[in-house]
Design a protein around this ligand. Structure first.
Ligand code: HEM
Length: 122
């Protein structure tokens, strides 16, 4: 059997590093940044941990996701397509910095785009 995406991301340590960098980039992002800057430190920390869990659970890791569904978490925010693209840009930048192989990046982007309808304009 081929390696899980979880393992190809470097397991929990790789995912933790990736998500920490993505959230740091979100906080500095001109388009999507204000959404994250508006959160309390506790809320940012919580979202960061939930995203780590979400990614680990969704890529075959030995983890159970305990957060809200993507629809539940983002409904009422009216996230724009531009904000969604800005978030994906940060994901690409963080993956490039970590030198993940192209197929790993493509799979992550596939997961991100598959969630777009649950996140944008809800
Ligand atoms: C593929 C893209 C995305 C994924 C996988 C994702 C994932 C998540 C997860 C797992 C949470 C935590 C859920 C929970 O509270 O239980 C969350 C919260 C949040 N997301 Fe996203 N998200 C994405 C895109 C976006 C976009 C485009 C925005 C807007 C710019 C956004 C803004 C937020 C905010 C502000 C929270 C915190 C909500 C709160 O504390 O009430 N997300 N996201």
């Amino acid at each position: 059997m081929s390696e899980t995406l979880y393992n190809r991301l470097g397991g929990q340590a790789g995912i933790d590093k990736l998500v920490n960098r993505i959230v740091d980039l979100h906080l500095q992002n001109d388009v999507a940044g204000p959404r994250y800057q508006a959160l309390s430190e506790e809320a940012t920390d919580r979202a960061r941990e939930k995203v780590k869990e979400f990614l680990a659970a969704g890529t075959g890791g030995p983890v159970e996701y305990t957060g809200r569904s993507m629809l539940e978490a983002h409904t009422g925010m009216n996230v724009s397509s531009a904000e969604f693209v800005a978030v994906v840009d940060d994901i690409v930048q963080a993956m490039n910095e970590m030198d993940y192989p192209r197929p790993v990046c493509d799979e992550i982007l596939g997961i991100a785009f598959s969630l777009k309808d649950e996140i944008v304009h809800k």
